[in-house]
Design a protein around this ligand. Structure first.
Ligand code: URP
Ligand code: ZN
Ligand code: ZN
Ligand code: ZN
Length: 484
C-alpha cells in the first residue's frame, strides 16, 4: 500500500521545489514528478514539509503536588492536529530514585502515544547511582540528552557541584547537557520577600523571576559546560540577558544552543496584570512572559541563527489546578500548553510577517533539533529513506484558536482568540494520515520510541578540541639542580 502526496511544493530547511512524495511502509521511497500510488493526497497550493518536532514537553508530569493534565494520548493528538509529528518528553527521577526506574514509568505512560516520541533524562539529584546510570541510559536506552534544573529549590534543583559532576560524566560518554537556567536560590529569596510584603497574586510570579536570574544562570551553565567540555542546550530561553550569554558563547566557538518557546515569542508580561486572577494564573510558567524588547531579541536570534529551536514546554494544568495558588503565587502549578498551536502561531507571526522564510520555519521547528538530538535524517528531513513524518501545510487555511475546539484536555488556551493563517491540510505520522482538514484520525499507540545514539559529530569535535588544548606540563631545559 503506497501513498503519494501530489502537486505540492516540498519545503525543507535548505530547499524549495515542486515534487510529489511517495510513502511506503512508513518511510519516504521516492521524490519526483508525476508519481502514482494506491492512495493519493492532494497538496495543490500547499507546502510539503517535515513534520514538526517539539523537543520540550511534560506529559502527565508529577509537579508541584499534581500531574500535568495532558497525557501521551491527548498531548500527541494535539501535536498532530497542529502539524507536529514527534515530541520529546522529560523523564524525571524522584530524589534518590534510579534513572532506569524513572524511565520505566515513562515507558508505561508513553504506550498511548499517537506519534513518535523520545525522552530526555533529567538529573534531579547526584550520587554514585546516577553516575553509573548515565552510562546505562546512554548506551542501552538510546537517550543522549540530560536536563538539569537550576531552579525549583527544594524540589528538582541541582547545585553547581552536581552540575559540574554530571556535565563531566556526559562529556566523557558523548551526552548533551540541558539546563533550565534560572538562579533558584535568588528566586526562592525574592519569592519569600514578595509574599511577606503581601504580593501574593500571579504578577508576583513574574516579579520573582526577573531576566537577571535567567541571564546569570545561563551564563553560569555555559561556563561550567565549557570547563566540563560538554555541549549545552538551554531550554526555554526567554530574555535578552540569556540570549546575550548564548550569543557570546557561540561567537567564542562554544557548542551551545538556545530554545525560545512560542509562548515567549508571542505573549508578553501584560498577561500577568490582567484583572482576572484566573486569566493571569493560567499563564504562570517559568521563566515568565517578558516585555516586547525581549520578544524582539528572541525573534532576532531565530533570524540570525543565535537561537536554534522553537519549542512549547507543553505542561498543561487545568484552571482548577491553577487555583492551588490562590493567596500564594508560589503554589500555582508552573506551566502552559502550546503543542497544537506552535506551528500555526510561528507561521502566522514568523513567516506571514516576513521574520522567517518558510525554510527557516522548517529549520527551527524540525530540522535543527533533529540534528542536535542526533535523529536526523530519520526525522526532520524529506529524503528517500527518512520516516514519512510529514505535514502538508496550507498557507491560506485560517482559524481562530479556541479551547472549545482544541485537542488538549484542559479548559482554556493561552492563545484564545488569536487568529492563525497557515494550518495542516494533512499530517502524516510514519505514513499514516492522522489529520485531514482538521478532522482527527489518530491511532492511540501508533507512536514509537525514537532511540538516539551518543557521540555525535559535535561531541567528537568538542572532545578533540578540548584534548588538543588541555593543560600540559611545559617541556623545559635549564632546570636548576635541586637540593644543597
Ligand atoms: O513552568 C514551566 N516551565 N513548567 C514546566 C517545567 C519546566 O520548568 O520546564
Ligand atoms: Zn524548565
Ligand atoms: Zn519544561
Ligand atoms: Zn481535503
Amino acid at each position: 500500500m503506497s501513498t503519494v502526496i501530489k502537486n505540492g511544493t516540498v519545503v525543507t530547511a535548505d530547499l524549495t521545489y515542486k515534487a510529489d512524495v511517495k510513502v511506503e511502509g512508513g518511510v519516504i521511497t521516492e521524490i519526483g514528478p508525476d508519481l502514482r500510488g494506491d492512495k493519493e493526497l492532494d497538496a495543490s497550493g500547499c507546502y510539503v514539509m517535515p513534520g514538526g518536532i517539539d523537543p520540550h514537553t511534560h506529559l502527565e508530569m508529577p509537579f508541584m503536588g499534581t500531574y500535568s493534565s495532558d497525557d501521551f494520548e491527548s498531548g500527541t493528538r494535539a501535536a498532530l492536529a497542529g502539524g507536529t509529528t514527534m515530541v520529546v518528553d522529560f523523564a524525571l527521577p524522584n530524589p534518590g530514585e534510579s534513572l532506569l526506574d524513572a524511565l520505566k514509568r515513562w515507558d508505561n505512560k508513553s504506550t498511548r502515544a499517537n506519534c513518535d516520541y523520545s525522552f530526555h533524562m533529567a538529573v534531579t539529584w547526584w550520587g554514585e547511582q546516577v553516575f553509573d546510570d548515565i552510562k546505562t541510559v546512554i548506551e542501552t536506552r538510546g537517550i543522549n540528552t540530560f536536563k538539569h534544573f537550576m531552579a525549583y529549590k527544594g524540589a528538582l534543583m541541582v547545585n553547581d557541584d552536581e552540575l559540574f559532576a554530571s556535565f563531566k560524566r556526559l562529556a566523557e560518554l558523548g551526552g548533551t547537557a540541558m539546563v533550565h537556567a534560572e538562579n533558584g536560590d535568588v528566586v526562592a529569596e525574592l519569592s519569600a520577600k514578595l509574599l511577606a510584603e503581601g504580593n501574593t497574586g500571579p504578577e508576583a510570579h513574574a516579579y520573582s523571576r526577573p531576566p537577571q536570574v535567567e541571564g546569570e544562570a545561563t551564563n553560569r551553565a555555559i561556563m561550567i559546560a565549557d570547563m566540563a567540555g560538554v555541549p549545552l542546550y538551554v531550554v526555554h530561553t526567554s530574555c535578552e540577558e540569556a540570549h546575550e550569554a548564548i550569543r557570546r558563547a557561540k561567537m567564542q566557538g562554544k557548542r551551545v544552543w538556545g530554545e525560545p518557546l512560542i509562548q515567549h515569542l508571542t505573549l508578553d508580561e501584560s498577561e500577568y496584570f490582567h484583572h482576572d486572577w484566573e486569566h493571569a494564573a493560567r499563564r504562570v510558567m517559568s521563566p515568565p512572559f517578558r516585555n516586547k524588547q525581549h520578544q524582539d531579541s528572541l525573534w532576532n536570534g531565530l533570524q540570525s541563527g543565535t537561537l536554534s529551536v522553537v519549542a512549547t514546554d507543553h505542561c498543561a494544568f487545568t484552571t482548577e489546578q491553577k487555583r492551588y495558588g490562590v493567596g500564594d503565587f508560589t503554589k500555582i502549578p508552573n506551566g502552559t500548553g502550546g503543542l497544537e498551536d506552535r506551528m500555526p502561531m510561528l507561521w502566522t507571526h514568523g513567516v506571514n510577517t516576513g521574520r522567517l522564510t518558510p525554510n527557516e520555519f522548517v529549520a527551527v521547528t524540525s530540522t535543527n533539533i533533529a540534528k542536535i538530538l542526533n535523529c536526523y535524517p530519520k526525522k526532520g528531513a524529506i529524503l528517500v529513506g527518512a520516516d514519512a513524518d510529514l505535514v502538508v501545510w496550507d498557507p491560506d487555511k485560517a482559524k481562530v484558536i479556541s479551547a472549545e475546539t482544541q485537542q488538549s484536555s484542559i479548559d482554556y488556551n493561552v492563545f484564545e482568540g488569536k487568529e492563525v493563517r497557515g494550518l495542516p491540510r494533512f499530517t502524516l505520522t510514519r505514513g499514516a494520515v492522522a489529520v485531514h482538514d482538521g478532522e482527527i484520525q489518530t491511532q492511540e499507540g501508533h507512536g514509537k520510541f525514537v532511540a538516539r545514539e551518543a557521540n555525535t559529530h559535535v561531541n567528537k569535535a568538542l572532545s578533540t578540541w578540548k584534548e588538543l588544548t588541555a593543560p600540559r606540563p611545559v617541556e623545559r631545559t635549564g632546570i636548576p639542580a635541586t637540593g644543597v
